[in-house]
Design a protein around this ligand. Structure first.
Ligand code: NAD
Length: 251
């Protein structure tokens, strides 16, 4: 349940988990702001939501650029006047290479988007939420923020950092009406995963098998968790890193 006229923001909303989360917020009755660095697909996604009868707005923004992040949130303040829920989802997988072979350039790129980008967004979101002493932030981390995955040192570091940013802010703002949680997805079938598996059925079966439920997750399973965490039904939940992973980290 959301307040009347609630406003929700999703970064990286042009496709995948972000698009599904924007759709779920809109279906829950929120005025939904979609942000992505891909202006063409982002605008098309917002247009599809409007055509389905929802209140949706697209604002282009690269979360790795703090100026653009500030401008995004200024625009939300001017246009919507409030922010009730935010899902910091924009992220990249980067290159696959073990630590000894991995490049510093890839490390910087992945950290800039996945960790610094989330931090830059959270700062702005908290400033928007504080006057009303009401808001919920959900950061999309990963099971790679909870356990190690070979070949993805920068990605694992960025997602572990997101989990800790989440906990720090939850502790800081718990008494001022702002809840902050992270969702840690297992492998979810999106364009990101298709880039890695190349949709080869044998590789997809290997990815499915790392989950005790022996399948990949769907974007909707993540989106529904995000919307629940932002709703009043999760009113006493903060500071959590919730794995939505078919049992992967329970092994
Ligand atoms: P995706 O690649 O399918 O979509 C990512 C979206 O984010 C794209 O629209 C892209 O344009 C946008 N984006 C990327 N960098 C951006 C930037 N700097 N600024 C603004 N937008 C940007 O990815 P996905 O699988 O939907 O993943 C979404 C999030 O979930 C990521 O943070 C990812 O790390 C995380 N995650 C994904 C999986 C998975 O298996 N798919 C698992 C765990 C965590």
């Amino acid at each position: 349940m959301f307040e009347k006229d609630a406003v929700a923001l999703v970064t990286g909303a042009a496709t995948g988990i972000g698009l599904e989360t924007a759709t779920a917020y809109a279906q829950a009755g929120c005025r939904t702001v979609l942000c992505d660095r891909d202006a063409v697909r982002g605008a098309e996604a917002a247009e599809r939501l409007r055509a389905a009868g929802h209140d949706a707005l697209f604002i282009a923004c690269d979360v790795a650029d703090a100026e653009q992040v500030a401008a995004l949130h200024r625009r939300i303040a001017e246009t919507c006047g409030r922010l009730d829920a935010a899902c910091n989802n924009a992220g990249i997988e980067g290159e696959t290479a073990a630590t000894g072979e991995a490049s510093l350039a890839n490390f910087d790129r992945v950290i800039n988007v996945n960790l610094r980008g989330v931090f830059a967004c959270m700062r702005e979101q908290i400033r928007l939420m504080l006057p009303r002493r009401n808001g919920a932030i959900v950061n999309i981390a990963s099971v790679a923020g909870l356990v190690g995955f070979a070949g993805l040192p920068a990605y694992c570091a960025s997602k572990g950092g997101v989990v800790q940013l989440t906990r720090a802010a939850a502790v800081e703002y718990g008494d001022r009406g702002i809840r902050v949680n992270a969702v840690c997805p297992g492998v979810i079938k999106t364009e990101m995963v298709n880039r890695i598996t190349r949709q080869d059925p044998a590789v997809e079966a290997q990815y499915a098998a790392i989950h005790p439920m022996n399948r990949m997750g769907t974007p909707r399973e993540i989106a529904d968790t995000v919307v629940w965490l932002c709703s009043s039904q999760a009113g006493f939940v903060t500071g959590q890193a919730l794995a939505v992973d078919g049992g992967l980290v329970a092994r």
